[in-house]
Design a protein around this ligand. Structure first.
Ligand SMILES: [Zn+2]
Length: 467
């Protein structure tokens, strides 16, 4: 079966359907949320649109309480899941777009729209793949089910609800990331470090410290209010800034100094790509502060995070071949002289990480430095072995269809949608070397790649579920 040829013959239909879907504004809409419409009207319309397509093809469809739904074909005990989502992130400043974000304008061989590559394009490609398999008359020995979420971008409540009520696929893939496929995803935990004892608030030099709003970002701004500091303070600050090539500001307010430092934002999965403003501000203050609570706070930050993203000071460092280094990002850092310091760390740990032993040891080491360590959230690593038939099949299909025998299978410190599947991987549809325009202005999908992805997904379905 020449799947690429079959997909090419239906390119117009593929584009037509993608345009219809991207023209539905399916951003989470607080204003139209009701008890029956959990994410607002737009995401629900997009779900209903796709389910209607399934019905029109004579396939089984189900809407699960307006949270998610599915389209199913084939017969058999086992279930192959294809996990997609039809919600999109907001467009941002619309003046940054060359074409209207909900138009699906085609130019230079690309289709431009919010959702074009995340995840409406891949969803429509996978939907076309189901039709190609059906129309080719391929006999199936598994049921093939496209599961359609409507809240991937804002917390996965769609699939959480779905899988409380519906069957977990035996195997699956999610066309919501990169080709070839992602078979190793790190664990993602939020760790909270809190200062156990606080000094005398009336005597402390550090009054306030604030940086970051989200643990999954490197803070690009930090601010502190200090008092009772010795006189070359201003000069020391300027020296520190120029030595570290940083920008900052210093303001005198009564007997207080308010100082700020600018850093560089980055995603918590790659903290080394950012400049953590909180850590640099602490590094400066460490030279200046002597009172007990203030000093303990900045000492801790510098010991644990300054020029180290891997947690050596708390013995958290760890690395494995399949998923790489364990990393820490102090994303929210606060201190108040009356309450002490507090920080929330996005902790991205390797697939084979000995979590309990490492955390227990880190708690002991943190306690020595005056801090408690608690786990606020923990999403376990997600891994399917390269030797598994699912991986072998998907990788084989990708390599045959593209001729790309070079690009290794991928691992990520971010979480993909596939981690909600018991046994599943992210599989496309961003091709190696193509720019990642997800969540950006002028998001697009390359039309030829869309067609190629439909062919890849069709062959994958036929291989995984065909008799
Ligand atoms: Zn997505």
């Amino acid at each position: 079966m020449d799947w690429l040829q079959a997909a090419k013959e239906r390119q117009d239909e593929l584009i037509q359907e993608l345009q219809e879907l991207v023209q539905i504004n399916s951003v989470l809409d607080e204003k139209t949320i009701t008890a029956d419409v959990p994410f607002g009207e737009g995401p629900l319309k997009a779900l209903e649109w796709l389910l209607a397509k399934g019905k029109a093809q004579g396939l089984q469809t189900k809407n699960v309480d307006n949270y998610a739904g599915h389209i199913e074909m084939g017969q058999g005990e086992e279930l192959l899941g294809i996990l997609c989502h039809v919600d999109v992130v907001p467009v941002g400043d619309e003046s940054n777009w060359t074409y209207p974000p909900f138009s699906g304008t085609i130019a230079d061989g690309k289709l431009f729209a919010r959702g074009a590559i995340d995840d409406k394009g891949p969803t429509v490609a996978a939907w076309m793949a189901m039709k190609l398999v059906k129309d080719a008359g391929i006999q199936l020995n598994k049921r093939v089910r496209m599961i359609i979420g409507t809240d991937e971008e804002t917390g996965f409540r769609c699939v959480d609800h779905y899988f409380k009520n519906e069957e977990m696929p035996t195997i699956g893939f999610a066309p919501d990331a990169d080709f070839p496929l992602i078979n190793a995803e790190k664990g993602i935990a939020a760790l909270v470090l809190s200062q156990k004892q606080i000094g005398d608030a009336t005597k402390e030099q550090l009054l306030l410290f604030n940086a970051g709003k989200r643990s999954n970002m490197v803070p690009d701004f930090a601010k502190a209010t200090v008092q009772f500091v010795s006189s070359p303070f201003e000069q020391n600050f300027q020296t520190f800034l120029s030595k570290n090539q940083l920008e900052g500001s210093l303001l005198m307010e009564g007997s207080h100094y308010i100082i700020t430092i600018k850093g560089k934002a980055a995603h918590a999965m790659e903290p080394e790509k950012g400049v953590n403003a909180a850590v640099y501000l602490a590094a400066f203050l460490q030279q200046e502060l002597t009172t007990e609570g203030s000093k303990q706070f900045v000492d801790f930050i510098v010991d644990v995070f300054h020029q180290d993203h891997y947690g050596h000071a708390l013995a958290l460092q760890y690395e494995d071949d399949m998923s790489g280094q364990t990393t820490l990002n102090p994303g929210i850092v606060t201190y108040d002289a009356t309450q002490g310091g507090n920080m929330v760390i996005s902790f991205r740990y390797s697939v084979t990480y000995p979590f309990d032993d490492k955390i227990t040891e880190a708690q002991r080491l943190a306690a020595d430095k005056g801090f408690s360590l608690d786990i606020q959230e923990n999403s376990k690593p997600h891994y399917v072995s390269e030797d598994d038939p699912l991986i072998q099949t998907l990788a084989g299909v990708y390599r045959r269809q593209t001729g790309d025998n070079e690009t290794p299978l991928l691992s990520t410190g971010g979480g993909t949608y596939a981690r909600v599947l018991k046994k599943g991987v992210a599989f496309g549809m961003l091709f190696p070397g193509d720019p990642d325009v997800m969540h950006r202005a002028d998001e697009y999908v390359i039309v030829d790649k869309l067609v190629q992805a439909a062919a890849i997904y069709a062959e994958a379905i036929a291989e995984l579920a065909g008799k």
